[in-house]
Design a protein around this ligand. Structure first.
Ligand code: IVH
Length: 734
């Protein structure tokens, strides 16, 4: 791989990881397993290590993800909430231990670790002042969290006041809010019944309407079909972790009251008037104050013993009422923590051991097909439910594509091995041939689309099938959902269920139709009130001004991802230029085609095909008519265009991510280290570290915070620090 290829891969991985981070942390709806996520992250880290010149401080590899969401005040943590590095096997654990001994100058010693469960919940930080709970925050981005104090009552074992008298004056305490598996199953049961009741009412209403039209009636139905039940099952909450995270952020108190959460605390943030010498003292101290602590921990000298304890924990972890996704090892001697220090996002004195995926056998009841927004058909295994696999009930698993089914000769009725790695999208690994029923026959992939009946088209080596019918309902819905997605036109309130309603009831067929919705029309929809209709229309209106790359990405042109859409928006000054560009011009765009000889043609062809299609042209003209921004001028002519900023030390008025947004909004970039390409080093002057001396050596302009703020102020968007930003300085973690 050469540097250009590495750069492209790194950018793709960063975008992909950022997306999955968001799905996991903010939307609480991850679509890939933890294992898959970890492997993306590992690829990114490996590439960044190989090409250090391509490293950036804002890369997801050195960032803590963020759960910050709208509707909550953002509050700075007193001390940042860190993440943990992961290890997956003994040799990685040994590497961690060796690194730590080296940093501490204790190569020949055996370190003592405290091993505890890694609770699979949502990170929280509680602040007690003089024994009173004054604030409860989510982890947020690690520097700032969402203020969820008003929801604290939902955590049943969280004391509002500490017990006894010997508590610290200030206690910032970190832990995890979780939902017990039992509570999760209870809520899921209620949600299922509720959804079934609603679906039945809807079905009978439709039957009634149809019978009125046809004059022929079969009477009402009292049960739902297999497909309908399956749909309901698919929309139920995925797992206790996501439901716990979602519950913490509920705005509707009546819904919150019907749920119960629990918490476990395991590490200290800022503390005044209390100190521990050893990590193992913490659980007892917390319990004395009435705070819930880990219910299990073990001491281990060296990695071998640690491994034994980890295995012990793994054997009993399913007996805990909460889910665990690993073990956490913490250096027991707290006096060494400061010396061990931090990496960009995690302490060097602690590490998370992640458990591998869990596997189980079950029977494959049937194979159904899912149609995505691009028409790609994915086969899904409908399984006899497996209870408690990686903490959840598994009744569906991906079968990837027709090639996979054929290669493994997976048949309906087979006993299959299913793997679930932490969360979401379990996969069928293969068949237990000894248990194959005699009557079984090889699976024949359907020739027609199960949703619209069109003949499926085969493409690619992996035997992928695509439904070619642009009007196929799941494709129509998928394209609109994609267009409105946060990563595209970012139309808040236009999620899956609203899109379903618009398509079903208001005849919306493509993204351009949403710009012609009216309040009157929206008010005819179930659950739409004045306020929600107005909010949606305002969000749609706002999207008309979205940057051009968002529109290009949102159009859903095959092969064109977010990164490339940005590249196109940089190269063409407006959408018409792109639409009318010839293949050669498109092919030449930076980065296109570095991957393989034919990839430039693939992407250029795809763009060409998209814009040559009269149906797509009509949509674009309708979007133009609606007044959408087709121009990229404001993206290229930012006043900091092309300028690269590096930060060091402390900024008083904002966090690193805020500073980055400001720079990028004006066309500039930020980087993690100083190089000859750097234009400005922003420094507080108090911290003359490595970056400072390097910048001096290279003659790079060093500016202070005041100067920086002046630079990022512009006529339209003068920066005003958010209300919650305290006078407290905030250290950048590099
Ligand atoms: S210690 C500075 N202990 O896992 C120490 N974290 O993947 C930082 N977690 O951010 C955390 N159980 O939200 C610690 N027993 C435990 C934990 C734990 C779960 C979470 C925590 C952390 C994340 C890292």
């Amino acid at each position: 791989m050469d540097e250009i290829q590495a750069k492209q891969t790194i950018e793709r991985l960063r975008a992909e990881i950022a997306k999955h981070e968001r799905l996991y942390r903010i939307e609480n709806a991850p679509v890939i397993s933890d294992d898959e996520f970890d492997s993306l992250m590992r690829r990114l880290r490996a590439l960044e290590a190989e090409y250090p010149q391509l490293s950036r401080s804002d890369s997801p590899s050195s960032k803590i993800g963020s759960d910050l969401s709208e509707g909550f005040a953002t509050v700075r943590h007193i001390s940042p909430m860190l993440s943990l590095d992961n290890v997956f096997n003994l040799s990685e654990l040994e590497d961690f231990d060796e690194r730590l001994r080296k940093v501490l100058g204790m190569e020949s010693s055996t370190l003592e670790y405290c091993v505890e469960p890694k609770i699979d919940g949502a990170g929280i930080s509680a602040v007690y002042e003089n024994g009173n709970l004054v604030r409860l925050l989510t982890r947020g981005n690690g520097e700032e969290g969402d203020d969820i104090t008003a929801n604290a009552f939902a955590i049943k074992n969280l004391p509002l006041r500490l017990k006894g008298v010997r508590f610290p004056k200030l206690l910032e305490i970190r832990g995890e809010a979780y939902m017990t598996r039992a509570e999760f199953e209870r809520l899921k049961g209620i949600a299922r019944l509720d959804a079934m009741r609603k679906a039945l009412i809807k079905k009978n209403k439709k039957l009634e309407r149809d019978s009125l039209l046809s004059g022929f009636s079969n009477g009402p139905e009292d049960s739902l079909g297999e497909d309908e039940l399956r749909d309901i099952e698919r929309n139920l909450p995925a797992n206790p972790r996501n439901l716990a995270a979602g519950t913490l952020k509920l705005l509707d108190k009546s819904v919150l009251e019907a749920r119960s959460l629990m918490a476990i605390f395991y590490s200290l943030g800022a503390v005044e008037g209390f100190d521990i010498k050893e990590q193992s003292e913490l659980p007892r101290a917390l319990e004395a104050w009435g705070l819930p602590a880990v219910n299990w921990f073990a001491m281990a000298r060296g990695t071998e013993e640690a491994f034994e304890k980890i295995s012990e924990l793994e054997a009993i972890r399913n007996d805990f009422p909460y889910n665990t996704d690993g073990a956490v090892l913490k250096l027991n001697d707290c006096s060494l923590h400061a010396a061990a220090g931090l990496t960009s996002h995690a302490p060097r004195w602690a590490v998370a051991w992640k458990y591998r995926a869990q596997r189980a056998e079950t029977v494959l009841d049937s194979i159904t097909l899912q149609v995505g927004r691009t028409g790609v058909v994915t086969p899904v295994a409908e399984l006899e439910p497996i209870y408690g696999l990686s903490g959840t009930t598994v009744s569906r698993a991906t079968l990837h594509n027709a090639g996979y089914i054929a290669e493994k000769d997976i048949r309906v009725g087979d006993t299959v091995v299913v793997e679930k790695a932490g969360e979401i999208i379990p996969a069928v690994l293969g068949v237990v041939l000894s248990k194959r029923p005699e009557s079984s026959v090889p699976f024949e992939f359907p020739k027609t689309c199960p949703k619209c009946g069109a003949d499926l088209k085969k493409f690619g080596e992996k035997m992928l099938f695509r439904c070619p019918n642009m009007a196929c309902p799941p494709q129509v819905r998928g394209r609109i959902e994609h267009f409105a997605d946060r990563d595209c036109m970012d139309i808040r309130g236009l999620g899956k269920s609203v899109v379903d309603k618009l398509v079903e009831n208001l005849g919306v067929k493509d993204p351009s139709d949403i710009y012609f919705l009216t309040k009157e029309k929206l008010l005819t929809l179930d659950k739409f009130k004045e306020k929600s209709a107005e909010n949606l229309l305002a969000a749609i209106e706002k999207s008309k001004k979205a940057e051009l790359w968002r529109l290009i990405f949102g159009l859903g042109i095959l092969e064109i991802g977010e990164q490339f859409a940005k590249e196109l928006a940089r190269k063409f000054s407006n959408l018409d230029e792109l639409m009318n560009a010839d293949m050669e011009t498109i092919k030449q765009i930076d980065g296109m085609g570095a991957k393989s000889k034919d990839s430039p043609a693939v992407r250029a062809l795809s763009i060409k095909a998209f814009f040559d299609d009269p149906h797509n042209r009509a949509i674009i003209e309708k979007l133009r008519g609606a007044g959408l921004n087709f121009s990229s001028s404001n993206e290229t002519s930012g006043k900091l265009s092309g300028k690269i900023f590096v930060f060091t030390g402390t900024l008083k008025s904002m966090g690193r991510s805020e500073a980055k947004v400001l720079v990028e909004r004006l066309g500039g970039k930020t980087a993690g280290s100083v190089s000859s390409k750097t234009d400005f080093l922003v420094s507080d002057g108090a911290f003359e570290g490595e970056k400072f001396s390097k910048a001096k050596e290279l003659g790079i302009k060093i500016i202070g915070e005041k100067e920086f703020l002046e630079m990022v102020e512009d006529g339209n968007s003068k920066y005003t620090p958010s209300e919650n930003v305290k006078g407290e300085g905030q250290m950048f973690l590099f």
